[in-house]
Design a binder for this molecule. Structure first.
Ligand code: SF4
Length: 430
């Protein structure tokens, strides 16, 4: 069995790669005592299992003395040997691969993983990789001369690349000549890296699973990593803003567009929640604190169908699956209805319809039935109906026209008992 171990210490000596956020993190300075304690604790856990190989991820270079002193490298090797672990993989930039450092691993089968990313010096320069393919070749030669193996990471879907398939082909063919194993990794926008800003500004987009698979299926000898961490668009505090207003600028705000792209191409609706219920947003954020949403959920939670309901908000950001309602920017916007002009209402319907259509094209098959609980005269309801009509999807509104006629002059009519009773009745009828 092979295990992985995340061991961070200090900061990557380079820290400039365009898509890397980990390398920019300022870790605590290396302390022999702390690192030894972490290793001791991990190896105590390992005792219970029969482990033959260990991969150490270090967000930088395990061979960099500033991150990991030689004594720690030797201590890790000693622990591995004591536990019968014969294969060890560590990560490093090429400049730290020297015979002297590799000597610290004597007694174990060592593989060093190098993130080459792409076999093209022009692209490496644009990517701010800080080394060239010649540096990589030199490291490969030293590794092989010292009896070690080389594992090469290549990125698929990099920015600045015009033809991803051709670039990956060239990189794989190059890496095969020097590597013992290759991993093809999808380029994801880490929020601390400049690539995230490219996604926000619409200059680059990550490849979705199908686009990625269409390229990597040609390389059965390579390992594949589509998404190695639970990815959601995370905006760092300094990038967040309060998106207020009822104009085209707020409606098409790039932070909303990025999330809608995520919901369509990377998100999967939760298993088991196979009935969709579209509801309106609320002025108070997070929505769950509003009177309207408290009223809706206090009714829904008592119903048997609740276990299967996937509640989705429709608002100026577009489609918001409820489990994301606590995320920025859905907690940080305001669309003041009293500022709406007839033109912006029309645009709202067009834009939100497009976002709903995209969502339902991607996920419509997940739902056995689709309901809405929206004001029948609202722009959100018009957008939803238009989207469903254009896709040939049936939708049931849980609020009858008769009930709405009676209560529409009241404040917050959807929070009233008459309206909620309509919703309950329609959902229970099934
Ligand atoms: S990809 Fe590796 S070398 Fe580049 S900044 Fe990140 S940790 Fe450092």
């Amino acid at each position: 069995m092979e295990k992985t171990l995340l061991l961070t210490s200090g900061r990557c000596a380079w820290g400039e790669c365009f898509a890397c956020g980990w390398g920019r993190l300022i870790g605590p300075p290396p302390s022999m005592h702390r690192l030894k304690n972490i290793l001791d604790e991990k190896f105590r856990e390992f005792k219970k299992e029969k482990i033959t190989g260990l991969k150490v991820f270090s967000s930088g270079s395990f061979l960099d003395d500033k991150q990991f002193p030689a004594a720690i490298r030797r201590y890790l090797v000693k622990k591995c040997i004591e536990h019968g672990i014969r294969k060890l993989t560590v990560e490093s930039r090429p400049e730290f691969v020297t015979p002297e450092r590799l000597a610290d691993f004597s007694g174990i089968n060592l593989t060093v993983a190098i993130g080459l990313e792409v076999a093209d010096n022009e692209l490496l320069k644009k990517y701010h990789k800080g080394f060239t393919i010649e540096d990589y070749i030199k490291a490969a030669e030293i590794l092989h001369a010292e009896g070690c193996k080389l594992r090469t990471y290549l990125m698929v879907g990099l920015p600045f690349v015009e033809n991803h398939a051709a670039t990956v082909k060239k990189s794989v063919e190059f890496a095969r000549k020097h590597s013992d194993s290759i991993v093809l990794i999808n380029t994801f926008p880490h929020s601390a890296a400049p690539i995230f800003d490219m996604w926000i500004s619409g200059k680059w987009k990550p490849l979705d699973r199908k686009q990625f698979n269409d390229i990597v299926r040609n390389y059965p000898d390579c390992e594949i990593e589509f998404d190695n961490f639970a990815f959601v668009p995370k905006f760092h505090k300094e990038k967040q803003e309060f998106i207020k207003g009822a104009t085209e600028k707020q409606l098409l705000h790039p932070h909303f567009e990025v999330w809608q792209d995520y919901f369509v191409r990377f998100y999967d609706p939760p298993d088991g929640l196979d009935i969709a219920l579209f509801i309106p947003c609320a002025f108070r954020k997070p929505y769950r604190n509003s009177r309207l949403h408290r009223a809706i959920f206090s009714m829904l939670e008592k119903m048997k169908i609740f276990r299967r309901l996937h509640v989705i908000v429709i608002s100026s950001p577009g489609v918001i699956p409820y489990e994301f309602s606590n995320h920025y920017p859905f907690t940080s916007y305001d669309w003041p209805e009293w500022e709406e002009t007839p033109e912006i209402k029309k645009r709202y319907i067009e834009v939100v319809q497009r976002r709903i259509e995209n969502y339902l094209k991607a996920h419509g098959r997940h739902y056995k039935k689709i309901y809405s609980y929206l004001k029948p005269d609202s722009e959100s309801y018009a957008a939803l109906c238009n989207a469903c009509k254009s896709l040939g999807i049936d939708i049931v509104n849980c609020l009858s026209d008769e009930t709405y006629e009676k209560i529409k002059g009241e404040k917050n009519p959807l929070a009233l008992k008459e309206a909620l009773d309509d919703m309950k009745h329609v959902l229970e009828k099934g």
